[in-house]
Design a protein around this ligand. Structure first.
Ligand SMILES: [Zn+2]
Length: 303
């Protein structure tokens, strides 16, 4: 038999495990005596029964006959075992399973980090669904994706933070980082395949580096691009080049979305001032049915 000792506040929970299944549980306290740590208030519960006070010598007999594993640090319990010359080893078990008298050993390969502890994958999935329930409505495909992510990163705190950050912590969502590469020379606006009327109205002469990269990656050949770049590095104009080219060459309209009303006003002014003679510029504000967080840092997401 295995005895798993879980140090808890002021007491020790014991799980009696046979063939991987919990056959009973119990509690014991330790008290310091001149001879060292000694057990007291030993109580045992067999499956489905009440806790029953049990003589502490039964505990000692049990410990001697079993392999003893400590699920947590306890110098007191270790010294008590050492006095009795009972060997013990350390084990990590799922704390959630343990609360329900289930025994599930976990390690780096099988466990999931949660609040500074290891829990088993099944408990982590259940806890994740529970937590997501508090955050709002998530569709089935989000759940499938998050479960995959959970199995990959093995850290429930990080997975939950990716859908509902308390505060923005980029280290949690940072997936990859591309180092800035040097752009030696940027093109003159008139050298690009842009309608001359737009090039003239834009007021731009040479491209900024991120704009040059976007053009090199096919911006003017109809490629879809996701551009993430610092504030004031020229993202808006990337959108302008693609959108205005399409519009002036007769391919549809241009829709420019921004997350803040103040920003929408600012962009509206700019578009109207620059391109008002080339196109009809209209402004629509309001949050309608988009479920946006209430506050967002200004100026960081204008594309
Ligand atoms: Zn578990």
């Amino acid at each position: 038999m295995k005895v798993i000792v879980q140090p808890q506040k002021g007491t020790y929970k014991l799980l009696f495990v046979e063939e991987g299944r919990v056959r009973g549980s119990g509690f014991v306290n330790l008290t310091a005596t001149p001879k060292g740590q000694r057990p007291k208030n030993f109580k045992v519960r067999r499956r489905g029964k009440q806790l029953k006070p049990t003589p502490t010598r039964d505990l000692i007999t049990l410990l001697r006959r079993s392999s003893v594993h400590l699920a947590g640090e306890s110098p007191e319990f270790e010294s008590f075992l050492a006095d009795l010359q009972i060997p013990a080893s350390r084990i990590d078990i799922c704390r959630f399973c343990q609360l329900e008298d289930r025994f599930t050993p976990v390690d780096k390969a099988t466990g999931v980090r949660y609040g500074g502890e290891w829990i088993c994958l099944e408990c982590a999935k259940r806890e994740m669904r529970h937590e997501l329930g508090y955050m709002g409505r998530f569709g089935g495909s989000v759940l499938v994706h998050l479960e995959k992510l959970l199995m990959q990163v093995r850290d429930l705190d990080r997975v939950l933070a990716s859908v509902g950050p308390d505060k923005i912590d980029r280290s949690r969502t940072l997936f990859d980082r591309l180092e800035a590469h040097e752009v030696q020379k940027t093109a003159h606006i008139t050298d690009l395949a842009l309608p001359p009327a737009f090039a003239k109205a834009s007021g731009v002469e040479y491209l900024m580096p991120v704009q040059q990269l976007a053009v090199q990656d096919g911006l003017l050949e109809g490629q879809h691009l996701l551009v993430v770049s610092a504030t004031a590095s020229g993202k808006t104009f990337i959108g302008e080049m693609a959108g205005m080219k399409n519009f002036l060459e007769g391919r549809g309209r241009m829709l420019f979305l921004v997350p803040l009303v103040a920003l929408a006003n600012q962009k509206y002014q700019r578009f109207r001032d620059r391109y008002g003679h080339l196109m009809r510029v209209t402004l629509q504000t309001g949050v309608s049915r988009l479920n946006l967080p209430e506050t967002r840092p200004a100026g960081e997401r204008d594309i």
